[in-house]
Design a protein around this ligand. Sequence first.
Ligand code: NAD
Length: 260
Amino acid sequence: SLSGKNAVVTGSTSGIGLAYARAFAAAGANVVINGFGSPEDIEKERAKIESDFGVKAVYSPADMTKPAEIAGMVALGEKSFGSVDILVNNAGIQFVSPIEEFPLEKWDQIIAINLSSAFHAIRAAVPGMKKKGWGRIINTASAHSLVASPFKSAYVSAKHGIAGLTKTVALEVATSKITCNCISPGYVWTPLVEKQIPDTMKARNLTRDQVINDVLLDAQPTKEFVTSEQVAALALFLCGDDAAQITGTNLSIDGGWTAE
Ligand code: NAD
């Protein structure tokens, strides 16, 4: 049970992040949710977490490209709940393009959101975790932290970076009862995957069905998408006492993708 624990989950208004937030809340944790979307939808999800699970949920609008806002998000968690015990760095975006046409601003944005934001959030959260003598840091990496695909230069670079950051932080906090791990999903059916289908159709000259079956599911020997709930269940395990000696690892949940 995570009763008495408080979690911050970045990028939790949608997809995998929302599944993490709901799984932690179901286990009794208070949660700070974060991410973009319409204010009405976000308020609905926030209120639903409180009513479904009887915990407190607050929303931070912090933009993961802005270091000061990221520090503010961690401070909001500490102020609202007294501590941030669990930090999940999950916000992420994708952009698909050949490198010679890759927009400069997309490179900068992906490095900021998918990599640097985790640095800023961890930097802000570690002092509080050390003070409490307990902490869990979980970064959503990707199969693309281990292997590459063409046309995803920024994303693959950021995700490989997240894997390195995870190991480094794990070593730094190893004697402080804080663990730091990353989870590397294969393809999970979320808005992030759905939105890249049109550009992949263009980049590879394929139909929508061909992208789904011959590009996305082709990478996964099981020929099935991973679900957000399965990813969240793994994160929940990492928060438990049984996972106290799991640190600095990169845990794949990818239908066999990176076994090939
Ligand atoms: P999603 O698009 O459903 O959710 C992304 C979340 O990040 C949203 O809440 C969005 O509002 C938020 N976000 C985007 N830019 C932000 C910013 N600047 N500041 C704050 N929040 C911001 O995507 P998802 O598939 O749930 O992806 C979540 C994470 O999982 C990402 O890091 C992604 O790279 C990773 N991942 C996804 C898959 C997959 O197949 N879907 C596979 C491997 C890894």
